[in-house]
Design a protein around this ligand. Sequence first.
Ligand code: ZN
Length: 56
Amino acid sequence: MKMRKCTSCNSYTLQDKCPLCKGEVRVVFPAKYSPEDKYGRYRRILKKQAHKREKD
Ligand SMILES: [Zn+2]
């Protein structure tokens, strides 16, 4: 589920169109889900898996 924000009235919605003004919405991401953080987390997972494989 992605949070969306209306480009017309700036209200937040989960729908494809703004329920208030029927305006266009764009997907917004919380700050903690920035691409950089996601990439870092992915790298950590890979590292963990590599380590596990080493052990086995
Ligand atoms: Zn709106």
